[in-house]
Structure formats: C-alpha cells, structure tokens
Write a new protein. Structure first.
Length: 157
C-alpha cells in the first residue's frame, strides 16, 4: 500500500456558532467561506483536480470531554474545468494547547503540532474525474492564520 499526494485544500472559515454543551460534548457549526483546491503538479491524473472551495459548506464538529474533536465536514469544490465535486471529511483533531490557541486566536499550527486526520469521501458526475468516485483518501490537516484550515490529501493505492 502506498500514499500519493493528490493535492491540498485550503479553506477560510467563519467563526464558530456555538450550539452548546450537550449530552455528547460541545457541538459547534463552522461555516466555510471559500478556499482553494490545488492538485499535485507531479501526478498527471489529478491535473484537472484544481479549482476552488465553494461557500456554503461547513463542519458540524463535536468536541468531546476526552479532548478530541470529531469532524463532520461537508463541502463542494468546483474545478477549473467547471466540474462539481461533493466531499465529506470525517476526522479527528487532538485539541491540545496549540490547537486551542489557534482556534481561539485565529492562529496557525504546523502539520506535526497535533493529530489532525481526515478520511475524505469524494463524489462527482464528471467523467474526467470519475476516479474520485472509487478511490480511498486520507488527509492530514493544520490550522492557518486568520481562522482557516489546510489539508494535504493522499490517494491510498
């Protein structure tokens, strides 16, 4: 098994809406404003995998008493060729001190500062990108300045 970097997703976010502490932890909604989808330049089949993150998606994140955030991200991309891609990003973030500081102050972290992993599922009707419909993906995330996220996405081969 091998992992091939297929691209990077960078998303700008709105401040969270606190739904509040509940029976399972602290639930928040974080709306996605916009962003960029950049295909890896050295992987030929992902050349068309470049475009933008569309507004209107979001994360219905649940932060548990155990110090872990459980992600429930749903977002749409539009490639430079006009193809639409729907994506879900379930995942986990270790809510350590660096993450909490980035989250409250809008600061950045590095990929190695926390455990921040996602298992993206992609879906499209575009024949040029049909390969995303039957591919498993993994991702590593980090926070970026100004309240945003960045994911490196890998194809599992």
């Amino acid at each position: 098994m091998e992992l091939t970097l297929i691209g990077t997703v960078t998303a700008n976010l709105k401040p969270p809406i606190m739904i509040g502490p509940g029976p399972y932890g602290v639930r928040m909604f974080i709306e996605i404003l916009d962003g960029v989808l950049e295909g890896a330049p050295d992987v030929p089949e992902v050349e068309a995998f470049t475009g933008k993150v569309l507004p209107g998606g979001g994360d219905w994140v649940l932060i548990g008493a155990d110090g872990w955030a459980r992600l429930d991200v749903r977002v749409q991309f539009q490639t430079a060729d006009g193809a639409a891609i729907y994506a879900e990003f379930p995942g986990l973030i270790e809510m350590n001190e660096k993450v909490q500081r980035a989250f409250t102050e809008g600061g950045a972290t590095e990929f190695d500062d926390q455990y921040f992993r996602v298992t993206p599922r992609l879906e499209t009707g575009d024949s040029a990108l049909d390969w995303v419909n039957h591919t498993l993906f993994l991702g590593a995330g980090r926070f970026i300045e100004g309240f945003g996220l960045q994911y490196n996405m890998f194809r599992v081969g």
